[in-house]
Design a protein around this ligand. Structure first.
Ligand code: SAH
Ligand code: SF4
Ligand code: F3S
Length: 441
């Protein structure tokens, strides 16, 4: 087979898409396409898209528009869209974008090779039908990516929670858990290739295994990963507060390999808003879980997601969000302006918060969080952190890695340290990272 065709894959959205893009690259290699980082040289361009907010979706259309010129220059260029916008729009996307060749949904990665072959023969097609669970379980290609100190491992996909604002259950479909035996085999093979840290990935990892008879639950899965030789660190994302079980909290007390970090999105700090969001927990219940996690692992760093301007959010509701920040003291927070998504329950709510109010609330929230993150980073100055060294920093003169609490740490050291754990004494705090030096042993 000729190996001289190039594919450019551009990824948007969450880690699930990053992971899917790696699988897309593997599938396309099988067709003779090698990855390139320059879209202008590509024979095939794939956009792996996100539709979680209107802005993310709009970006896809802007980029597709920009590729019109490339298509004009190279009539044989194939342009494809996958991921969550593809799932949402399906055939409509082909109608809206005349220079687009193929569309594949979130369950249809395995059909991509056939779609590309079709496009090579001049066809325009969309495949966005959801696939049944059994077929999907057999479709998870094993991750055989060489190298890397840290890897993500998909343990479940989809989401059954239907939070009122969220498009994910609509575009990713029903929740399925991968077989634990397959996951554990995959991680053991990664350990053999030198991987030191794995992040178990899913839209809602806490409900892993609960709907599959005879399967491990998430705490059981963590315990099984923890006994794999060579894997020194375990992380997971994302957690839903309502599904954090006592068994999972106990893992933070009992599994030293489990890192001191949890991403636990609250989304709002007021009970009225939480209930209208259909989140399934109250502010008090959320705080009780945080307290239990801190008691199991006192130095745990907590990060979260927050939405401002959900329909009907009053000043008092927003004050509840701000005060939640003070009580939790997040290490980091991803905050978003509410964006109505087609087909979701909240899209039908009519008490919209004015745009300026939403923007003002976002700024206020982000200002407060920035100050708290910096405060946390300053409190770490003088401490020694165990850092898993991941590589050479962008500036080229330092190494970078992460602490157990998921803070980025830069320090001077030799490249032979990549892939090892080193103790680093923190000397300086920045907004987004820490600077340190190797601790004297
Ligand atoms: N549980 C998921 C969350 C995916 S969406 C996971 O696996 O990460 C990531 C974040 O986007 C959510 O936590 C939420 O804060 C935000 N988000 C989702 N829908 C949104 C919307 N309609 N408007 C604004 N932000 C939204
Ligand atoms: Fe969306 Fe809620 Fe599911 Fe997360 S848990 S993906 S926010 S529906
Ligand atoms: Fe976006 Fe889809 Fe992930 S909507 S956040 S890419 S699951």
């Amino acid at each position: 087979m000729k190996q001289d065709k190039l594919v450019y894959v551009e990824t948007f959205g969450c880690q699930m898409n990053v992971s899917d893009s790696e699988k897309i690259v593997t599938l396309l290699r099988g067709l003779g396409y090698n990855p390139t980082s320059e879209s202008s040289r590509a024979d095939l361009i794939i956009l792996n898209t996100c539709s979680v907010r209107a802005k993310a979706e709009q970006k896809v259309y802007n980029i597709l528009n920009n590729y019109k010129g490339l298509k004009r220059q190279n009539r044989r260029l194939i342009l494809g869209v996958g991921g969550c916008v593809a799932q949402q729009e399906g055939e409509r996307l082909l109608a809206k974008v005349p220079h687009l060749d193929l569309v594949f949904g979130t369950h249809n990665l395995h059909q991509l090779p056939a779609l590309v072959r079709g496009a090579e023969a001049g066809q325009r097609q969309a495949e966005v039908a959801f696939i049944d669970t059994e077929t999907r379980l057999n479709l998870f290609p094993a991750d055989e990516t060489e190298g890397g100190v840290t890897r993500f491992v998909t343990v479940m996909q989809g989401c059954d929670n239907f939070c009122a604002y969220c498009i994910v259950p609509h575009v990713r479909g029903r929740e399925i858990s991968r077989r634990s035996a397959d996951i554990l085999d995959e991680i053991a093979a990664m350990a053999d290739r030198g991987v030191k840290e794995v992040t178990l990935l899913g839209q809602n990892v806490n409900s892993y295994g609960l709907k599959s008879e005879g399967e491990l639950d998430f705490a059981g899965l963590l315990r099984s990963v923890a006994v794999i030789d060579g894997i020194e660190r375990i992380r997971f994302t994302t957690s839903h507060p309502k599904d954090i079980s006592p068994g999972l909290i106990a893992c933070f007390a009992e599994l030293p390999k489990l890192c001191s970090h949890i991403h636990l999105p609250a989304q709002a700090g007021s009970d009225v808003v939480l209930s209208r969001m259909d989140r399934g927990y109250s502010r008090t219940e959320y705080l009780a879980k945080i307290a239990a996690l801190r008691s199991a692992r006192p130095d745990i760093h907590i990060t979260g997601d927050m939405i401002v301007g959900f329909p009907g959010e009053t000043d008092a509701d927003f004050a509840g969000t701000l005060s939640l920040l003070e009580e939790v003291r997040y290490a980091d927070l991803f905050s978003f302006i509410y964006s109505a998504r087609p087909g979701t329950k909240a899209a039908g709510f009519d008490d919209e918060v004015p745009r300026e109010v939403k923007q003002e609330r976002l700024l206020q929230l982000q200002d407060r969080q920035r100050a708290m993150t910096l405060e946390l980073h300053r409190s770490l100055v003088g401490s020694s952190q165990e850092v898993l060294v991941e590589g050479v920093s962008k500036r080229g003169d330092q190494l970078y890695g992460r602490s157990s609490g998921n803070r980025i740490v830069n320090f001077a050291g030799g490249e032979e340290m990549i892939g090892t754990f080193v103790p680093v004494t923190i000397t300086r705090a920045y907004q987004n990272s820490l600077l340190g030096e190797l601790s004297k042993q």
